[in-house]
Structures are given as C-alpha cells and as structure tokens.
Design a protein around this ligand. Sequence first.
Ligand SMILES: Nc1ncnc2c1ncn2[C@@H]1O[C@H](COP(=O)(O)OP(=O)(O)OP(=O)(O)O)[C@@H](O)[C@H]1O
Ligand SMILES: O=P(O)(O)OC[C@H]1O[C@H](OP(=O)(O)OP(=O)(O)O)[C@H](O)[C@@H]1O
Length: 299
Amino acid sequence: MAEAALSDDGAELCLLAVPKKGRLYEKCNQLLAGIGLEYKRAPRQDIAICPSMPIKIVFLPAKDIAQFVGEGNVDIGLTGQDMVAEADVEVKELIHTGFGKCQLALQAPIKDNITDPKMIVGKRIATSFPNLTKQYFASLADGSADAKDTKVRSISGSVEAACGLGLADAVVDLVETGTTMRAAGLEIVSTIMRTETVVIANPHSTHEQIIETLRKRIEGYLLARKHKMIYYNVAKEKLEQAMTITPGKKKPTLTPLADDDWLSVGAMVATSDVNNIMDDLQALGASDIFVVDLNNCRA
Ligand SMILES: Nc1ncnc2c1ncn2[C@@H]1O[C@H](COP(=O)(O)OP(=O)(O)OP(=O)(O)O)[C@@H](O)[C@H]1O
Ligand SMILES: O=P(O)(O)OC[C@H]1O[C@H](OP(=O)(O)OP(=O)(O)O)[C@H](O)[C@@H]1O
C-alpha cells in the first residue's frame, strides 16, 4: 500500500485517478468539472489537490489506473473495462459511463481471408493486451498443443501496423469506427470483448463515504447528460395523450394556467428522443414547447 496522502489538517486524502492523456482525457476532465471537482494543476505535474473535497487527483496512463486501483495505491479511478480485464485485478465497478465505447478485436489482413479465429491459432499475434490475448487463444485452442505455439508479442502503440511490417500474422487491438483497422488493410475476425469507460474503486478502500459521494455525483451528472427537460402547454382534453408522449421520469409536473382549459406540462425526456417528442407534441396541438439542457441532477 502506498504512503497515505494527507490534507493540510492531517486527514488522509482519497486518491482519484483519471487518464493523463489519450482518448479519455477530455471526457474525464469534463466529468470532473460537471461534478464540481475543480483543481489547480501546475504545468507538468500529475497531481492536483481539490479545494472543495478531501481528494487528491492523480493523472495516470489509463493502463496503470486499473492496476493501481486494484492494488489499493489509488482509491477510485476512471478507465476502460478493457484495461481492468487486462490488469486482471479485483475492483468494484461502480458506474458504466456510456463513453469510451469500443471493442477489443482479433484482426487479420483482408488479403489472407481468415474466416475463423481458429485459423490463427499457432501464429504470431501483436497486441498491447497480451494477457487477454493469451487467455483468448488458450480458450480457442481447448488446450491443444497449438495453443502454446501461438506467439503473443506485446507492443505499446500503433499495433495495427504490425502485420504490414511483417512482425505479426494478426493483431488484437481496439476498434471503434474501424478507420484505423481499414487503413492498415485489416478486418475483424472476432470480437474478444466490448468495453466502455467505467468508474472503479478499490474494494478495501477506507474512503467509503467519499467514494459514495463521488458515485452519486457522477451518476447524477451522467443522467443529466442523457436527458433534457421539456415544457409545453396543452389543452386539458389532450393531457392523457400528451402524458403518453412525455411520461417523465416518474410522472410529469402539471402546472395550472390562467386559462382553465389548458395546463403547462414539464417532463424529463431522453436527449436522443427530444426532436421526435417535439414533433409528436406539436402534432397533438401542444404549444409553446421549450427544451432546456440539464447541467446536473439527482434521480
Ligand atoms: N477508438 C476508441 N474509441 C473509444 N474508446 C477508445 C478508443 N481507443 C481507446 N479507447 C478507450 O480508451 C482507453 C485508453 O485508450 P488510449 O489509447 O487513450 O490509452 P493510452 O494508451 O493510455 O493513450 P495513448 O494511446 O495516447 O498512449 C482504452 O483502454 C479504451 O477503453
Ligand atoms: O476504430 P477507430 O475509430 O479507428 O479507433 C481505433 C484506434 O483507436 C485507438 O488508438 P488511438 O487512436 O487512441 O491511438 P494509439 O494507437 O496511440 O493508442 C486504438 O488503439 C485503435 O488504434
């Protein structure tokens, strides 16, 4: 266990790890701002203290976050499920954030026409996920002698280039849009796992209360990001139909208007549905339809 970080008054600080660069950096930074964790980070420093909570933020490579949270050096962190699986550590998965979605896939050159992952057993694989790759091939080969012959070479970046360079017959790497894969002349042979960014915590952390506060704040922030508030006026006789279009999270809020035959309705709606909902309400005869962004919320 690492030496505990202390606040000015000597209390132990909860360590929160976020990716220091790469794909997840910007999204995680927005999330920190959204949950009120402002911090000052000196140039080139990977540690920052939060004035508003007894928390020290550590900026680490996404790969190390899973390892450090699992081993208890850090209390809570944000990283990919792929990194957690690769590190093979025991962590509590607190929240699926819905961002950083992609898949870890076995990819081979299109020209080789590999139709079954078993065709790659015994060949050379390049990856930055050596543990998951070895496990995958062990399960594929059912313990046959060929499984041991599959050579897994660990490389840290630009994995897709390995086949073109003659270093490997196939690669295991992340695919989101497939642009990188196609540019390298590769195609997916099989999906090893689907992954997204998760909030993880060490199961034995002594900072249970702070972790719980962070969990609630992050959940509220993510819920707000996925929803908007819609407000509109509707004739009382159309209320029942309007409520089927906007049922709200529990129920919509109804407010009387100066005109006894009409009501004002407020309801939470999914961001992805908001335009269809406005179309449907307008077609029903609702008027003065407004949509308002949510900064944060609690269910
Ligand atoms: N193309 C992608 N689309 C969505 N999520 C991704 C993508 N690539 C990576 N991720 C997610 O982001 C995590 C970190 O990936 P990233 O490549 O940024 O890490 P890194 O290796 O630490 O950074 P860098 O590549 O800059 O060294 C991955 O473990 C995965 O969960
Ligand atoms: O399917 P796509 O949308 O093309 O995304 C996949 C690429 O994204 C990641 O790399 P990244 O661009 O983060 O850089 P890296 O190779 O340096 O890790 C991953 O390692 C792939 O190379």
